[in-house]
Design a protein around this ligand. Sequence first.
Ligand code: SF4
Length: 300
Amino acid sequence: MNSIVDEIKKLKIEKNAIILAHYYQNSEIQDIADYVGDSYYLSKVGVDSDADVIVFCGVKFMAESAKILSPKKTVLLPNEEALCSMAVMARADEIEKMKKEYPNAKVLCYVNSSTEVKAISDVCCTSSSAMNICRNIQSDEIIFVPDKNLGSYIQEKVPEKRIILWNGFCCIHNNIIPEDVIKVKEEYGENIEVLIHPECTKEVRELGDFVGSTGQIIEYASNSDKKEFIVVTDVGILHELRKRNPTKRFYPLNMVCNNMKITTIGDVYNCLVSLSNEIYIDEGVRIKAENALRKMHELV
Ligand code: SF4
């Protein structure tokens, strides 16, 4: 009898499908994916692929971004309950009100947001591209939504712009306090490097030897001469870190995004069998959101 993994491989060929997985997914999902990466990388892969079907193993806003950029493709989210708690913290109607308060500001929107929020934004960014886009955007005043922590990090790096912050955050990253990092550091000694995602608070970021997106953390650790690292982001990233660096040691904090871990191999199999859980987006909203996402690729 074929294993479920063999069946998924057969279905992929039959349906001309690819599987994309975010670094925060469970390791068995990452292992069956055609491409694993951060949201910026995966958004490009979806566009460049000639597959008819994209199975997006991540959270809903990621699958929506794939659909926005590849409207003719069938985009499936294997588990419809995979939502991002940060993405629901910003509503389009509330941002419209803020735009009226700051009429000269451009809206820069982190991709961890709904399609409706992207549609009323001037440009999108990911955590890896946020800094460049902030520098390149044609405005001195920027409303940054929804992540106040990433927004404050960009403000530190791009002081020449005025950044107006939205009060959103990622529950997983925002919950970490400096003492959590200090405790692990004391356990493993001074010679260890601390790698931190910019969705963490400023007080936590200040403890980092390196601050960057998931993709940048993996690059940094892979190129570093150091052998031991504390990783301050979702534990899913450890799978790729250990795969690429089998002789190095990585110590996680207790950071688990359950929304990212909800997708199972069974969900992937089921949605491929029946092409279920398809993402649909109103075409008028999609076109506006696409403009903001395409500008991200232009301005990066
Ligand atoms: S880790 Fe945070 S920002 Fe990322 S998907 Fe989970 S809730 Fe959203």
